[in-house]
Design a protein around this ligand. Structure first.
Ligand code: OFO
Length: 172
């Protein structure tokens, strides 16, 4: 059985994952309207993954005798300064999510909830990989430095970037 504290923190994480999904969906839509179809593809997929992260939490809360709450969400931004700025926001966002996961993990230790602690290890690894991917992408964008030809090739390639490819690929 989940304690009230852990249940409420897990529900806050449900909201964060749902908000991440909305945020990346807004990025996908922005990129698509600007003609960056590869970036849009990447962001649509990322948005779907965040929804899966949310669902995993929802199922866990309910399986453990709690009640997962489906949250109301605020509207994400509709425009970004450019593709590089958008990915910089993604990295910043992932860093803030990692922080939230770490706080949640710390709370499970305080509450001696080792089942939830164990469950959250998946999120800990996932955050390492997502941050690595976002940093790899930022390294590439910084190299390109808004060069149009470079951005064209980046858009072509980024659709294929996944968490696994970031782990394999050298930075830059
Ligand atoms: Fe759910 O991993 Fe990103 O935010």
């Amino acid at each position: 059985m989940l304690s009230n504290t852990i249940q409420s923190l897990l529900n806050q994480q449900v909201e964060s994952e749902a908000a991440s999904s909305q945020y990346y969906l807004a990025m996908a839509s922005y990129a698509e309207t600007k003609g960056y179809n590869g970036v849009a593809e990447f962001m649509y997929r990322h948005s779907d993954e965040e929804r899966q992260h949310m669902l995993k939490l929802v199922r866990f809360i309910n399986e453990r005798g709690g009640h997962a709450i489906v949250p109301a969400l605020s509207q994400p931004p509709t425009a970004f300064e450019g593709i590089t700025e958008m990915f910089a926001s993604l990295l910043e966002h992932e860093i803030s999510i990692t922080q939230k996961i770490n706080e949640l993990v710390a709370a499970t230790l305080d509450e001696k909830d080792y089942t939830t602690h164990n469950f959250l290890q998946w999120y800990v690894s996932e955050q390492i990989e997502e941050e690595a991917l976002a940093r790899t992408i930022m390294d590439k964008l910084n190299l390109i430095d808004n060069d149009k030809g470079g951005l064209y090739l980046f858009d072509r390639d980024v659709a294929g970037f996944t968490v696994t490819s970031a782990n394999d690929a050298p930075a830059g």
